[in-house]
Write a protein that binds this ligand. Structure first.
Ligand SMILES: [Zn+2]
Length: 295
């Protein structure tokens, strides 16, 4: 989360939902002589709850406009029916992986969150941060709604969770956009996004977690290599016999339990999508569970 001060003040991301996080942020700003009403608007780097969760409470206090990628629209406007559609998708996904949704699906309860004055942005748009124009780059993968905010002149980029020096971020499985049949292949998207950010002058990068950094090219090369290494590891696991995503997950991430298993399933599925696109594996459905075999 960043409060960027210039000719104006802009808030990038909002922290978690709930009053505790809201008051923590309010106190933090107060320590810097800032109130929510001092900001011109909020920009949300992506629709993960630790980044966008504070929007509705902040807007209840002060009606700040919010800018977010256009693929956020179904979640922002879809209410309970979109929540249920998404829950159903994850239930089906976990089942297809060969896991048990009653054990391995993270229990979530619908809570109405109302956002007002939402401005949807897309690739190539310009948004103002601290009074200065920044370019919006859409970098799906970690989530479908990830954006980079780039000012090449100043040499500053807000990267959200697209690249974090301290950890290799997950590319999360998400439901298809409403009306589409197939879910996105997030790791394939993430790699395309990483390769596209690699070619940009990002300058000093401010990420959603961890310290600012400058060597984004080295970091991206490292992440791409780590993903290739993970594919190799999955190849080894599949040498023995065909396996479903849950079985592969248990071998590669044996420490994951209960609702956290989804993180591993999502990771393995993302790598299998990539391996399938490289004609390294093929899949076969048996009793509604998908099994992968080496080609
Ligand atoms: Zn995130």
């Amino acid at each position: 989360m960043y409060a960027v001060l210039g000719e104006t003040a802009t808030l990038i991301d909002t922290g978690n939902p709930g009053e505790k996080s809201f008051y923590q942020l309010k106190t933090l700003l107060k320590n810097h002589n800032l109130r929510f009403r001092d900001f011109d608007h909020i920009i949300v780097t992506h629709m993960h709850t630790d980044h966008c969760g504070g929007v509705s409470l902040i807007q209840q206090e002060t009606d700040l406009p919010v800018y977010v990628h256009e693929l956020s629209r179904p979640v922002v406007t879809g209410g309970e029916s979109e929540f249920n559609r998404s829950n159903q998708f994850f239930n089906d996904f976990i089942r297809q992986c060969g896991a048990d949704p009653s054990v391995h699906q993270h229990a979530r309860k619908y809570k109405e969150e109302i956002w007002r004055d939402v401005h949807y942005v897309s690739e190539g748009d310009e948004v103002y941060i601290g009074g200065k124009p920044y370019n919006v780059l859409h970098v799906p993968g970690h989530s479908q709604t990830d954006i980079l905010l780039v000012d090449e002149q100043q040499g500053i980029t807000f990267v959200g969770d697209h690249i974090i020096p301290e950890l290799a971020v997950n590319a999360f499985i998400e439901p298809p956009v409403p009306g589409k049949k197939h879910r996105p292949a997030p790791l394939i998207q993430y790699r395309e996004s990483l390769i596209s950010s690699r070619s940009r002058q990002l300058g000093k990068c401010f990420s959603g977690h961890g310290k600012p950094f400058t060597q984004h090219i080295d970091l991206i090369d490292k992440r791409l290599a780590q993903q290739d290494a993970r594919c190799q590891q999955i190849r080894q696991v599949l040498k023995e016999r065909d396996k479903n995503v849950f079985e592969i997950c248990q071998e590669i991430y044996p420490h994951l339990k209960d609702g956290i298993v989804f993180l591993g399933l999502s990771q393995i599925q993302g790598h299998l999508d990539l391996m399938e696109s490289r004609s390294e594996v093929m899949k076969e459905e048996r009793n509604s569970i998908i099994y992968y075999k080496l080609i």
